[in-house]
Design a protein around this ligand. Structure first.
Ligand SMILES: Cc1ncc(C[n+]2csc(CCOP(=O)(O)OP(=O)(O)O)c2C)c(N)n1
Ligand SMILES: [Mg+2]
Length: 242
């Protein structure tokens, strides 16, 4: 998957849970190298049932790694309710206590609360106090993906009963109440952001779209994985005619 070394954004893989062990390893390496940078990773409620979640916590606590381990509990893992992955535990956050990792639960739809807790965890990591586990309680209002139909496994109107509301709307109302924002500025900001996104999309589409026929060669899937391609991959590439 994508990464940007210049921005300290390291690549993850699509296998659920692996981002945690990668983040802990990255944080350990940073500490060992005497670097001041810390790592932060996000996992879903469902993915906490993967053993990598626990491996990561063992290493994070044993090595006191400067890492923030976030769990985004959005209630659903595609069609599976979070209660399955949680089992008999009351919260996901309490999983961290057995490892001696300070763990807390935050209203994930409250921007200021999320900001405060992230700042606290980052300061802990930066000052050598090691990992923090944060469970963000939120709700996935839409489908898991464009190919997912949530009405097949949950009540159609469930999202409208979710008590914690929409995080953008909550922040907007809070800022208007304290006189730092207005409906007009919000409308203007939305228009500006939409314009930026549309322009970025046009720019990106100059590289081609799925419909435009500008497809990369299948030969490229063999690139950029190994410094020296192992013989079995070379043989596969040759068998494919590349
Ligand atoms: C090891 C592994 N098993 C299964 C999948 C397929 N898969 C992709 S997303 C997903 C559900 C993830 O749910 P959750 O962890 O709650 O994250 P969310 O998408 O809700 O943020 C599954 C099962 C995968 N990518 N990797
Ligand atoms: Mg989920």
């Amino acid at each position: 998957m994508y990464s940007s070394m210049d921005h300290g954004f390291f690549t993850i893989s699509g296998n659920l849970g692996t981002q945690y062990i990668q983040a802990v390893g990255w944080a350990m390496a940073s500490a060992i190298a005497g670097d001041t940078r810390i790592a932060s990773a996000w996992i879903g409620d469902g993915a906490t049932a993967e053993s990598d979640f626990y491996s990561a916590m063992v290493f994070a606590s044993t090595y006191n790694a400067p890492v923030i381990l976030n769990i985004v509990n959005n209630q659903w893992a595609i069609s599976t309710f979070q209660g399955f992955a949680r089992g008999n535990a009351v919260t996901f956050a309490e999983r961290g206590h057995g490892f001696g990792i300070p763990s807390l639960r935050v209203d994930g739809n409250d921007y200021l609360a999320v900001h405060a807790v992230a700042k606290w965890a980052a300061e802990r990591a930066r000052s050598g106090h090691g990992p923090t586990l944060i469970e963000h309680v939120t709700y996935r209002a839409g489908g898991h993906s464009t190919s997912d139909d949530p009405s097949a496994y949950r009540a159609k109107e469930e999202f409208s009963a979710w008590p914690l509301g929409d995080p953008i709307d909550r922040l907007k109302r809070h800022l208007i109440t304290i006189g730092e924002w207005s409906e007009e500025r919000h409308t203007q900001a939305l228009a500006e952001i939409s314009d930026t996104v549309r322009k970025a999309q046009k720019e990106a589409e100059k590289n081609g779209t799925l419909g435009s026929g500008a497809h990369p060669s299948p030969a490229e899937m063999f690139d950029d994985v190994y410094a020296e391609m192992p013989p079995h991959l070379r043989a596969q590439r040759q068998a494919g005619g590349f």
